[in-house]
Design a protein around this ligand. Structure first.
Ligand code: AMP
Ligand code: MG
Length: 326
């Protein structure tokens, strides 16, 4: 049962309380309707992927009520400060390095060291973000493979019955997603064109690389730009036994309890496992390296529900390194 909430004070307060409780709430922004969850709650973020039936994890955008809050979680450079002052609130997403103390769940950023942050311009979205009082992860509120929704009715068609509520603020004004700009490297790179024009961005911070070829001549594709998190230790999938020099990523009852073992979900629940996946890989990588282990064995994870996305990410982690980023 999915509630439609009015965009008055009571509806916004209720939507904020649901988000703080870990529930999924769709809400309108100036671009498209987003499917929101508490970005600091890995189980809630896992619920986004489950509701959208995404076959893979991609990093989600974190929404904030103000730039000060965003820059407490990521490290802005000069260009980011200039863009925030001129274009936020608005349809611009900036990818920046996470701070060490960033409370956002690793799953939100798909395990990466960077985080995509944005302050949306819609007054109801801003009021909701203030009511929630924490960063809200929100991809578009549609099932995977369907078009982005610009009305509450579109959201209901795709996700009705799968999410707690929709905060109805009427049709979206822009209708295209936010521009995604990667500011984490030496030069700004446009990852996705969107509501904020490249011309407006370049007028403020100078030239932006538009995908394609870098000034150095290297070929870049959008798929390569969103590089994937992979542990430094080799990953062995579908392990039926654990070797003496291996750490273990367990699913269901662990094959072994000795040494470095991280249990994704003792009960074998793929949504719980997804919430713990990146945390587990990072911990096993650090602990396995500390103990002088040579690899990470991964127990089989069925291809049901989020198991598909987990297997997708693990097979990238297990691929030879020169293929892992493609
Ligand atoms: P959506 O959530 O559907 O609006 O899509 C978010 C977009 O931002 C996707 O194209 C992501 O690949 C991109 N994105 C989010 N976070 C990052 C990040 N840390 N690094 C690179 N791209 C990102
Ligand atoms: Mg989308």
């Amino acid at each position: 049962m999915t509630d439609i909430l009015l965009d008055d004070d009571a509806g916004i307060a209720q939507a904020g309380a649901l988000l703080r409780d870990g529930a999924l709430v769709a809400f309108g922004t100036e671009t498209v309707y987003g499917l929101g969850a508490d970005a600091t709650n890995a189980a809630a973020v896992s619920g986004i992927f489950a509701a959208k039936q995404r076959p893979h994890f991609n990093p989600l955008i974190c929404h904030y009520a103000a730039f000060e809050a965003a820059f407490r979680d990521v490290i802005p450079n000069e260009a980011a400060r200039v863009l925030a002052a001129a274009l936020w609130p608005g349809p611009l997403t900036m990818v920046l390095p996470r701070r060490a103390a960033c409370p956002v769940a690793l799953l939100t950023g798909a395990g990466l060291d960077t985080l995509a942050v944005r302050v949306p311009a819609h007054p109801v979205a801003l009021a909701l973000l203030r009511a929630a009082g924490r960063p809200i992860a929100a991809p578009s509120a549609n099932r995977s493979g369907q078009v982005s929704p610009t009305t509450a009715a579109h959201v209901m068609q795709g996700l009705g019955g799968r999410i707690a509520a929709i905060l109805d603020s009427g049709p979206c004004a822009v209708g295209v997603e936010s521009t995604v700009l990667d500011l984490s490297g030496e030069q700004p790179i446009l990852l996705r064109p969107g509501g904020a024009t490249v011309e407006a961005i370049e007028a403020l911070i100078g030239p932006v690389i538009r995908g394609g070829v870098t000034p150095g001549g290297a070929l870049r594709s959008p798929g390569m730009l969103a590089s994937h998190y992979a542990p430094s230790l080799p990953v062995r999938l579908n392990a039926a036994t654990v070797l003496a020099d291996e750490a273990l990523l367990a699913f269901g009852p662990p094959l072994s309890r000795a040494g470095a073992v991280f249990s994704l979900s003792p009960s074998g629940d793929p949504t719980e496992a997804a919430a713990r996946l990146f945390e587990g890989l990072r911990w096993l990588d650090a602990e396995g390296t500390r103990l002088g282990l040579r690899g990470i064995a991964v127990m089989p994870i069925p291809l049901t529900g989020l198991g598909l996305a987990i297997n997708d990410r693990l097979s990238r982690a297990a691929a030879p390194r020169d293929e892992a980023g493609v």
